[in-house]
Design a protein around this ligand. Sequence first.
Ligand code: UD1
Ligand code: CA
Length: 450
Amino acid sequence: MTLSVVILAAGKGTRMFSEKPKVLHQLSNQPLLQYVINAAKKLSPLNINVVIGYESELIKQEFSKENINWVIQKEQLGTGDAVKYTTPFLEGSQTIVLYGDVPLVNINDLKKLLKISENKLGILTFDKENPKGYGRIKRIEDEVVEIVEDKDCSEVEKKIKEINTGIMCIDTSRLIQWLSKIKNNNSQKEYYLTDIVDLAKKDRIKIETYKAKDESTISGINSKVELIAMEKMMKEKKNAELIAQGVVIIDSSRTEIRGSLTCGSDVEIDVGCIFEGDVKLGNNVKVGAYTHIKQSTILDDTTIKPYSHIDTSEVGQKNNIGPYARLRPGAKTKNNVNIGNFVEIKNSEIGSGTKINHLSYVGDSEVGENVNIGAGCITCNYDGLNKHKTIIEDDVFIGSNSQLVAPLTIGAGSTIGAGSTITKDTPANQLTLSRPKQTNIPNWERPKKK
Ligand code: UD1
Ligand code: CA
């Protein structure tokens, strides 16, 4: 079996009340269409054809890294019309049609559908308690005879609970023939893809169905209400999975996982934390309340104290981070590092045993082992035009409220006196000071109030 994938995504999604095309709306940190593209790729198809129309350039741009054949549907004249635009590109024995706004499609269901529909027409169906709005699967003695769109249903047909999910798998050469025969003589004056059922019957091609079991896997997103409900459902599921694996999530209604969170053993997550993108927490990691971690790795035995922000960073073992610490992209700490309150680290490596405990900015730096950076120290990495690097070698002690004007190397073991502005490299193992000597004025009197 060889396969082409068609993903329908030309709609604007009027009920989203947004200028953004529907399939670009984010679900758990990813656009809706990304989920469907990911599912399609797992089927190892010959090609993936995505039919777009509304704001097509925006969509192409968003997925510029994907290997997609973009097909523009000029006017939205129905699902049959949309698929017709892809016919010049369809290859292989089978074609599967997916919807760009049905993000949680189940890959196993798709594989089963592919299997039963070789040389045939396969339809993914679902028994829906409230089938309103969907095409109904009409059967006579078990055989599918028609898919009737909701708007074309008789009172009796309206009661049918088995619905067309929209996902179909079709013999490619038959599909191409049938698409040219679809007409729009229905209540919506649309070209219905579902009319191929009738054409298959006329050609004596067997129609197979496979019934999905989990409603979320066939649910389309049509409104923000549905989008937010799906986000909540996914979040609850991820929380429940982690708790089942032994993670202590103090209150799962107050933990947001927007992406994938992987945890080792004995991990504890306090309330109000947000995890975005791919986040990995090692064994015995504790995450304090109201912490935001994005696209980062935290190694074993590290504690993140409350209100910390960690973005695109790598935190080593046995670190103490926060409270109120900010690790910006490119921050990398080795083991036994302490980063305290109101410390910002950007694009810098911090060596083992180093402490930066209060009110400091470290950017574009290489900091060695067992360094102590006192309160209120700043690496002045930016001259207004260019960024420069600061190197702080092992065992350095930087006194509080010092400024290190990059580019600069602070030699191993050197001590910088508090309140210094350092503009030149410092020698190893010496005390370097750059502040006026203290003067005392005896018998000085404070001004008196007039
Ligand atoms: C369609 C099915 C219906 C099924 C339902 C499942 C047809 C005729 N009907 O209904 O049986 O129960 O899906 O949700 O196929 N699209 C385009 N171009 C178009 C029209 C639609 O790209 O010209 C895309 C939309 O962006 C959307 C998908 O196709 O992603 C489905 O379109 P929608 O209008 O929601 O389908 P329905 O007609 O409601
Ligand atoms: Ca729909």
